[in-house]
Ligand binder design. Sequence first.
Ligand code: FES
Ligand SMILES: [Fe+2]
Length: 384
Amino acid sequence: MFINFWYVASTAADLKDQAVKVKMLGHTFVLFRDSKGQAQCLSNVCTHRGGSLAGGKVRGDTVECPYHGWRFKGGGACVKIPSLGPVDGAEHGKIPARTKIDAYPVQEKYGLIFVFLGDLPEAERPPIMEIPEYGKDGWRATVQQPGVWNIDYKRSIENSIDPAHNEYVHDTHGFSGERDDYRVHELNMKESTWGIGFFNKMHSPPLPEARMRAASGRTENAFIEAGTGHHGPSAVWTHIHPSPHAHIHQYLYETPIDERHTQVYLVTLRNFLATEDDDKRIMERNLYVAKQDKLILEDIEPIETPRTNTHEVFMPADVPIARFREFCKDWENRGWRIDMDKVVAMRGKAVFAIPSPARRESKGWVIDPVPMRTTEAGIKAAAE
Ligand code: FES
Ligand SMILES: [Fe+2]
């Protein structure tokens, strides 16, 4: 799992006026809305005696620890320690700076709440995967949560950018291995700063659902254009064009809960059947397809994506996966990969925090930062 990327912590609709506990990257966080409705995200562990902030009340712009009532603002500062007496009372002691808690940048977009889990300053942060069609005329969006999958999220990202699985896993867009002339057609690769993608031709049956099929205008098997790619370690875009004018563009944001569980968020844009009446139909189709992937992915061994490629055999259709792994290696070399072996060894004995941007500006944090994997390149860069 990698720090220094944006992760979806919740749908916007699910964050109301109560504090919510969210587990991401093996750590717990508290989400709450301040008095202006602005979403805030803090590390969930109280710096007093480890209380779970998410179990407490939201009071004005603060969240109150349920154990002894310390209050923390969205920026992470502790502003009230009840055992010291009223804050404005003459006898009130000073609140030590070390009570502060990591606070993370938050953006509410596309019906989702994105949190930047890392310590990079704003100018250096990788961007959120954009949805260019969102809110544009002619496009209709649905946001859904296909639930928690018992997988290493990287398995799912690799699955999404794997052109050879569609024929076998999805009867919605392949022929279940029944065609002798099946092959993966040439991948037109495209590369960006934060990932690779490709477009290729895919031989597909018409859309199975009658109303969608009629709206797409295609009733025969045909070669269709499809493209997919990843953005960062845990987000994927997929563009499917069932016919030249009917487009389905999907944006999948995966949030690693820990190294073996993943929360999946899916935003789907479509330019046909683009009214609310058809949302349910589209979401049902998405879930049908997602379940087919989940079934395969939850059964893969080993659970965790291998750290080297030497125990698997790669084919030309696997090039996108090989490139994804190279990107991951690069982020690891930047020192962004959590050392889960160390975290697991210390589980129950120590708690860590994902370092927040404020750690670059001030010292005196009570909770240690999570251990990161050190690589040769990382050690060299740190020495320079
Ligand atoms: S543990 Fe949070 S106030 Fe004591
Ligand atoms: Fe799939």
